[in-house]
Design a protein around this ligand. Structure first.
Ligand code: MG
Length: 266
C-alpha cells in the first residue's frame, strides 16, 4: 500500500489516465488555436447588392444604362460617340465608328449584353461582327456564331486569334447575349519592360469560356505583342499604354446592339 491507500498499480493507472487526458486536451487546444489563427476579421468587407437581371451592382460604374452615351467617345477622333440609342440599347451601324470609354481602367470586372441583328446578311466574319477591346488592345470577339461557321479562334467569345472559347454558348441572332469578363491588365516596369502579362476570364451567357488565360499580346498587331508604347485599336498614333486604358467597342461594319454595360474596378 502507498499513500492515500492506493496500490502502486492503481497509481500508475491514474498517472497514465491523467497523461492521456492532458494530451487530448492539449491536442484539441492546439488544433483550435491553429484554426482560429486563420480566421480573418479585418478589413470588414463593403456591403453591396449583387446582380439581378438587368441591374448593375451598387459599387459598379455604369457605362450604359440605356439613356445616353455620355461615358463613351469616338475612339479615333475623341469626339462624342454617336451610335443609335433606341429601346434601351445602343446600336452600331456601318460607319458609326469604334467607340471607347472616357474613363481609363486597370483590372476590371466587366458586364455587357450584346445582340447581333436578326437581319441575316453576310457570312463568317461579316455577320454580326463587333468586339470588346480590353485596354483598347485585346479583343473578345462579338459575332453571330449561332449558325455561321468561321475559324474557331475568331468566333463569338474567342480571344481573337489567340484562344477559341471552351464551348459555343451563342444564341440566335436577334437574341440578347451577355459577357462577364474579368480582366487583369498587363504590368510594365519603369523602363517599359513587360513584368506581368494580361489575363482574361470570360463567361458567355453565364457559361465559362475562358478560365484565366494568359493573353499573348495585342490583337491587331501583325503578331501578338506587348509594348508600353502601342497604337490602340482604331487609333493612328502611338501612345503610352503602360497604365490604365479605355475599353473599346468595335464598329466592324455590321449592325450590333449593346445594353446594360457596367464595370467594377478590381
Ligand atoms: Mg470583331
Amino acid at each position: 500500500m502507498t499513500m492515500m491507500g492506493m496500490t502502486k498499480t492503481t497509481m500508475n493507472k491514474l498517472i497514465l489516465f491523467t497523461t492521456v487526458l492532458m494530451a487530448i486536451v492539449l491536442t484539441k487546444h492546439a488544433f483550435t488555436q491553429s484554426a482560429e489563427d486563420r480566421f480573418q476579421f479585418e478589413p470588414v468587407l463593403e456591403k453591396i447588392n449583387g446582380v439581378s437581371s438587368g441591374t448593375a451592382p451598387s459599387d459598379a460604374i455604369v457605362l450604359f444604362d440605356g439613356s445616353n452615351m455620355d461615358a463613351w467617345m469616338t475612339a479615333e477622333t475623341e469626339e462624342a460617340a454617336h451610335w443609335e440609342i433606341e429601346n434601351g440599347a445602343m446600336t452600331v451601324r456601318p460607319g458609326m465608328q469604334t467607340i471607347k470609354t472616357r474613363q481609363n481602367f486597370g483590372d476590371i470586372q466587366l458586364h455587357l449584353e450584346w445582340r447581333p441583328t436578326d437581319v441575316i446578311e453576310g457570312a463568317g466574319q461579316s455577320r454580326g461582327n463587333s468586339g470588346v477591346f480590353l485596354h483598347s488592345l485585346f479583343e473578345v470577339q462579338v459575332l453571330d456564331s449561332w449558325d455561321n461557321p468561321t475559324y474557331v479562334n475568331g468566333q463569338a467569345a474567342s480571344v481573337y486569334l489567340q484562344y477559341p472559347p471552351l464551348v459555343n454558348a451563342a444564341r440566335r441572332p436577334g437574341e440578347w447575349q451577355s459577357y462577364d469578363i474579368i480582366f487583369e491588365a498587363p504590368q510594365y516596369d519603369g523602363d517599359g519592360k513587360l513584368e506581368v502579362p494580361a489575363y482574361l476570364t470570360v463567361l458567355h451567357n453565364g457559361v465559362l469560356v475562358h478560365n484565366h488565360v494568359e493573353l499573348k499580346g495585342a490583337t491587331h498587331t501583325p503578331v501578338p505583342e506587348y509594348s508600353a508604347n502601342c497604337v490602340p485599336y482604331s487609333r493612328k498614333s502611338e501612345q503610352d499604354c503602360s497604365g490604365r486604358m479605355p475599353i473599346s467597342l468595335q464598329d466592324h461594319g455590321q449592325v450590333v446592339s449593346y445594353r446594360n454595360i457596367w464595370v467594377r474596378e478590381l
